[in-house]
Design a binder for this molecule. Structure first.
Ligand code: DI6
Ligand code: FE
Length: 411
């Protein structure tokens, strides 16, 4: 779809804000970018000429494309057995300490071929896309050696080529200690910083760098080493921080001007202020909170008081958030964290774009922005967070192209 495409008769929410809807709007797209949008009555004549292709949206609600800014979509196997163990009483940390948990996914991921990993991940990606996701972050972190981390990141890149979706890759070599480095965490961090990261950057596989800073992950000093290595390559950083305990990771991440600190259930006010000062986004992951039956919710009141932008993501992963529904995460963020509809919608559009830090992802309908938008079969934006399961998405446009079209299915 090159040339000019004009989408008319939309009820347009340019920033996904329920209080700002442009009735009877048009969006004019040239190639991949939005060139004009506004009330149809003001559509410039150039967009009404024969050279423009017009698509009538029939009064449907339109939002920016949704952004899932924290996922671990690529991995081998799954952990349904571990789920059963946890139901019988074992905790997530106990299982991790006994060599289960992340490490069992590492074995399955190392054993899988690139094609196997692609085949399982593309199903999960397609499930996200079916709900209007046009951009997704994908982390490595289940390979934990150069060869397997490379394999994961190559699959992530391939997913972005195989499907109309913008993929941002994140190197999470410091996700867990691989068994062959037991008792030698510092040596492993050296490998991550001085061997794995340089090689993967050289191959163009890394857009950002992440660390799991936790008592069952890496400590502050080790996390800082990873951030310093990222700095040498001018790569932005992010952190899995304060998920199971208060480690001070979010403040450290803020010191390195992190795009985001993620999870944050145990975040304190000093960490919130540091994030605010650094402009880091707080990425909340209600699926993980729900699935591990966490009881301490993230500090919403503090985040609001200090005006830290909040994003919502799936954390799609086999251990703590085996979900492929970003819309369900909106529902959970509202019900479990008492967030408002406006907050959660900003959390998967404008704020998620900031957390992603990708030049092709703006998270809003704006002149000059990539033409990423979703047409919904709903009456109000609240329905995006209200239903669980109903198929609400009818059409997805990504970078100006029709990425998904379910209009013919509807009767
Ligand atoms: N935090 C999480 O929730 C996931 N990783 C992380 O750092 C869990 C990963 C897993 O259990 O496989
Ligand atoms: Fe995660």
């Amino acid at each position: 779809m090159t040339g000019i495409n004009v989408w008319t008769h939309a009820r347009l929410a340019p920033t996904a804000n329920p209080d700002h809807i442009v009735e009877d709007a048009a969006i004019a797209v040239r190639d991949q970018h939005i060139e004009w949008f506004g009330p149809s009555a003001q559509l410039p004549a150039t967009y009404q000429s024969d050279t423009a292709t017009t698509h009538d949206l029939g009064g449907a609600l339109v939002t920016p494309g949704l952004i899932d800014c924290h996922t671990h979509l690529v991995y081998g196997g799954n952990r349904a057995e571990e789920f059963a163990l946890r139901l019988a009483g074992a905790s997530y940390e106990e299982i991790a300490r006994q060599g289960g948990g992340i490490v069992s996914t590492v074995s399955a991921t190392r054993a899988a071929s690139e094609d196997d990993l692609f085949a399982s991940a593309v199903r999960r990606l397609d499930a996200l896309r079916a709900e209007g996701v046009t951009s997704v972050e994908i982390k490595s972190g289940y390979g934990l050696n150069l060869e397997s981390e490379r394999k994961m990141l190559r699959v992530a890149r391939r997913l972005g080529q195989a499907r109309p979706v913008t993929v941002a890759t994140t190197f999470l070599g410091a996700h867990a200690l691989p068994p062959e480095y037991a008792g030698r965490a510092d040596d492993y961090i050296n490998l991550v910083c001085n061997v794995m990261l340089p090689a993967l950057v050289e191959e163009g596989l890394v857009d950002a760098v992440d660390v799991f800073c936790e008592s069952i992950g890496f400590n502050l000093a080790q996390s800082e080493q990873v951030f310093k290595a990222a700095e040498r390559f001018n790569l932005p950083v992010k952190m899995h921080a304060e998920q199971l305990s208060l480690m001070g990771g979010a403040a450290l991440a803020a010191h390195y001007e992190a795009l985001s600190a993620d999870h944050l259930e145990f975040l304190d006010e000093a960490g919130v202020i540091a994030m605010r000062d650094a402009g880091s986004v707080a990425v909340l992951l209600p699926g993980a909170y729900y699935f591990i039956r966490e009881t301490q919710p993230p500090p919403l009141a503090l985040l609001r008081r200090h005006h830290v932008p909040i994003a919502i993501a799936t954390d799609s992963n086999p251990g703590t958030s085996p979900t492929t529904s970003l819309l369900l995460m909106l529902n959970m963020a509202c019900t479990l964290f008492s967030m408002s509809v406006a907050e959660v919608l900003a959390g998967v559009t404008t704020h998620a774009a900031r957390a992603l830090g990708h030049p092709d992802v703006h998270g809003e309908i704006a002149i000059g922005a990539p033409a990423d938008f979703v047409v919904w079969n709903i009456q109000s934006l609240a329905e995006l967070a209200y239903w669980s399961g109903l198929d609400r998405c009818t059409l997805v446009v990504q970078q100006g192209r029709i990425a998904l079209d379910k209009r013919t299915v509807a009767s």
